[in-house]
Ligand binder design. Structure first.
Ligand code: PLP
Length: 391
């Protein structure tokens, strides 16, 4: 039985074009961009070119892109760096949503526990939507930063970030706004201006680029304080010899993301809608989660009554479906979802199933995956057969 990879929200395969762009930088092109000789100058040009491509995909100026080791570091740089740079002047109050990725949520909590920030966590509704008015009412005169993600990685809900940013600014024009757009690159239109935010986090490996590289986009004049100091790379904003191969790959992936976003999004939404319909109609006790209307293209998420995530995922793995619960600790084991808990799913937070589609997913994959999920659910519930005939 051939494996069906439906975990693109965890990571995507490297696009062949991206791989081809990277390979020379793992071989004959090995210069340090800070070296003045030809090898160095060539590496510098490649990094600059990748920066232009990422900027074009993120809808910002090239000088606003700071390369990092990924989305987690970008989120850390946004929260820690803004607090350090602007806290004394504007205040130390942070506002984040309850359904942020741990890169934001755990960082905000750690800052609060260490006494370096005051923290307000804003709740969501049952669909995982954050009300802009609720965010605005959390904003205080000393709010330095508000962080609300663009698209949720577990349930796919897309927030109205422009409305959130506008409501924050109406309440306190000095508060900065950050959005974690890690899941959105190549799936949703991006842009500092169109989203109305000051800072935006990206990660290459969610968009067919390599793992271990990402970026924080920091709008003109925002400049979070560097959290990694040393040689002053990235205009003093993030030291360390650049990951040239990774950055080149990120540039190639960003270029593809920009070119293909509209067509990819349309196809991913179509296939994900189909898979969601197949499963909700044929598996009793399975409920789709997240906002049914405004969703991250390609992300299907459910709770499945009577199925613990870890068991269901193990059976699916046996049946050749690579899926996830949406959240995993570094050991890979699912942990009850803080996102579903915030959405009010109670005990069902331990029964999550996420199927995230990608560029290579076909209609045949969707059909086969739906059949295998039915078998897996029945097996976990002890029935052993197909839960209901598939149409
Ligand atoms: N933010 C979101 C929404 C994510 O989905 C992820 C990855 O799962 C991250 C941040 C972290 O990105 P990275 O894996 O590049 O550190």
């Amino acid at each position: 039985m051939s494996a069906i990879y439906l975990d693109h929200a965890a990571t995507t395969p490297l696009d062949p074009e991206v791989r081809a762009a990277i390979l020379p930088w793992l071989g004959e092109l090995f210069g340090n961009p800070s070296s003045a000789h030809g090898y160095g100058r060539r590496a510098r040009a490649a990094v600059d070119d990748a920066r232009d491509r990422v900027a074009a995909a993120a809808g910002c100026a090239s000088r606003e892109v700071v390369f990092t080791s990924g989305g987690t570091e970008a989120d850390n740089l946004a929260l820690r760096g803004v607090l350090e740079r602007w806290g004394a002047e504007r205040g130390r109050h942070l506002v984040v949503s309850a359904i942020e990725h741990e890169a934001v949520l755990a960082t905000a909590r750690e800052l609060a526990e260490a006494g370096r920030a005051d923290l307000t966590v804003v709740d969501c509704d049952r669909q995982g939507r954050i009300d802009p008015a609720a965010v605005a009412s959390a904003v205080r005169p000393d709010t330095v930063l508000v962080s609300v993600m663009l698209a949720n990685n577990e349930v796919g809900t897309v927030q109205d970030v422009p409305a959130i940013a506008a409501s924050v600014r109406a309440r306190n024009p000095r508060s900065l706004v950050h959005t974690d757009a890690v899941q959105a690159l190549g799936r949703l239109p991006l842009g500092l201006g169109t989203l109305g935010v000051d800072l935006l986090s990206l990660s290459a490996h969610k968009a067919y680029g390599p793992q271990g590289v990402g970026a924080l986009v920091a709008g003109h004049g925002v400049f979070p304080a560097a959290q990694i100091t040393g040689g002053g790379q990235e205009r003093e904003r993030r030291s360390g010899t650049e990951n040239v191969a990774g950055v080149v790959g990120f540039g190639a992936a960003a270029e593809l993301a920009r070119r293909r976003q509209e067509t990819d999004a349309a196809e991913l939404s179509r296939l994900a809608g189909w898979l969601t319909d197949l499963l909700t109609e044929s598996v009793p006790g399975l409920e789709a989660t997240g906002d049914p209307a405004v969703r991250l293209p390609g992300l299907c998420s459910f709770v499945v009554r009577g199925c613990r995530s870890e068991l269901l995922l193990a059976v699916l793995d046996e049946l050749g479906v690579c899926a996830s619960a949406g959240s995993a600790c570094s050991s890979g084991a699912p942990v009850p979802s803080h996102v579903l808990a915030a959405m009010g799913f109670g005990d069902l937070a331990g029964s999550a199933l996420r199927l995230s589609l990608g560029r290579s997913t076909t209609g045949a994959d969707v059909q086969a995956a739906a059949e295998r999920v039915q078998v897996a659910v029945a097996r976990v519930r002890g029935g052993g057969g197909i839960a209901a005939p598939i149409r």
